[in-house]
Design a binder for this molecule. Structure first.
Ligand SMILES: [Zn+2]
Length: 321
């Protein structure tokens, strides 16, 4: 209990969006085992070979971070899933081999959360047999550290051949440090953007997304401002099958599937983020869409269905043969 309390305080004090400080996984909780090998999971969407890559997990103090539900309600929902606060948040990224391209969707936190908190993407890529210099395109769902931090290592470009796609509104918002004071959001988001995205901008390797539409053969971008001003979904379609990479339309499945009205402090525009989630969940449930989410339990791939006044998550079937 003392350990957990200390951990919660550590997470509360953290400067970065998802955690942070090297915190031991409490060994008193059965089922909590630190993964020793890089986690990857392969599946297909039409002709595309998709590999989920784990960048690691970080503890989140949901009492402090979620808005719109009291701690008591959050604890009840966690207990229903046999969990307790703080909850472990995965950071998932995705590799797509399709149509002669090698595409990454998000790149994890890199070194920016410190040792033991994310930053395992390159290990996972190596386990998938994909060298960084073979990546042709990177689709950033939004310019937050846990999605763009891995673009650079010690200020150097990690993916020298890649073109980086991101919402134009995000690039502008997080490149102008005066927005920190205007919004009251911690300025580390702007210093981290300077470290991770700016080297690619300087190298002429960034393509801002300004409107919905096809950005690569079979890949469509769709802007859904709210969590950040330029948050984007990316849909991949091959042979009539589609997967939607949804970014941070959801952080805690345990809480936000039954209560999609609950927001998180990282939502730049709270009301817009809530509305974007409600619209997206309704559509994904109606369309029986296959979705991939960075912060749902690895591999973060599955379907959602309406359930009473909220939704339920159905992870994809695990096939290993
Ligand atoms: Zn995130």
């Amino acid at each position: 209990m003392i350990k957990l309390k200390a951990l919660a305080l550590v997470v509360l004090a953290a400067a970065s969006p998802l955690a942070i400080a090297a915190a031991a996984v409490p060994d008193t909780v059965p089922g909590h085992v630190r993964q020793t090998k890089p986690a990857i999971y392969r599946f297909t969407v039409g002709d595309a070979k998709v590999t989920a890559l784990s960048d690691g997990t970080v503890p989140l103090d949901l009492h402090q971070l979620l808005r719109g539900a009291p701690a008591r309600t959050i604890d009840e929902l966690l207990a229903r899933s046999f969990l307790s606060n703080p909850a472990e948040a995965p950071i998932n990224a995705y590799l797509i081999d399709f149509d002669g391209r090698r595409i990454l969707v998000d790149v994890g936190a890199g070194d920016l959360f410190g040792p033991g908190n994310g930053g395992r993407l390159l290990e996972a890529l190596a386990a998938a047999g994909a060298a960084p210099e073979t990546i042709t395109d990177i689709l950033i769902t939004h310019v937050h550290t846990d999605h763009s931090g891995g673009l650079t290592k010690a200020g150097k470009i990690v993916f020298p051949r890649a073109t980086v796609y991101a919402g134009g509104a995000d690039i502008r918002f997080f490149s102008d440090a005066t927005n920190a004071a205007k919004t009251g959001i911690d300025k580390h988001f702007w210093t981290e953007t300077e470290q991770t995205l700016t080297p690619y901008v300087t190298a002429g390797r960034v393509k801002p997304i300004e409107a919905d539409g096809e950005i690569l053969p079979g890949v469509r971008a769709e802007l859904h401002p709210g969590h950040t001003p330029g948050s984007a979904f990316y849909s991949l379609t091959s042979k009539g099958q589609t997967i939607v990479f949804v970014g941070d339309v959801i952080h805690s499945g345990t809480v936000q599937f039954p209560r999609p009205d609950v927001t998180i402090t990282f939502d730049v525009h709270q009301n817009e983020a809530r509305a974007a989630r409600q619209i997206a969940f309704k559509r994904f449930a109606r369309d029986r869409a296959l979705i991939a989410a960075p912060h749902l339990p690895f591999p973060g791939v599955g379907h959602i269905a309406a359930d009473g006044s909220g939704y339920r998550w159905y992870p994809i079937e695990h096939i290993d043969r």
